[in-house]
Design a protein around this ligand. Structure first.
Ligand SMILES: [Zn+2]
Length: 107
């Protein structure tokens, strides 16, 4: 594994798993995992973190800095049409009102 980064999880090296054990008897350590850089993870957080747990730990620790990258100061909105239609439950034959949300194509 020549092309890798160390997992960015702040407590990755504290997880008690056998694959993290390094060193010789008497001076063992738990080491941060390596994360292989592959075609399949190149555009995802899996290129920087070994697990969802490490990603969550990083995001929770640095949430203020992360949200400062792209602050959300206003709500976003998606134009839609809302249509109510009568539908029939295939399981028991009863009718009900179904609410359909249909995206509006503004292009
Ligand atoms: Zn990790």
């Amino acid at each position: 594994m020549s092309n890798f980064v160390w997992c960015h999880g702040p407590t990755c090296h504290g997880q008690h798993t056998q694959d993290r054990i390094r060193g010789v008897k008497g001076s063992k350590v738990l080491r941060t995992r390596k994360v292989a850089q592959t075609y399949y993870n190149q555009n995802s957080f899996y290129s920087k973190f070994c697990s969802n747990g490490c990603y969550n730990a990083f995001a929770n620790k640095h949430i203020q800095e992360i949200t400062a990258i792209a602050p959300r100061t206003e709500a976003l909105e998606t134009p839609v049409n809302v249509v109510k239609e009568q539908a029939t439950n295939s399981w028991n034959g009863q009718t009900y009102i179904e609410t359909k949300i249909i995206a509006v194509d503004n292009n």
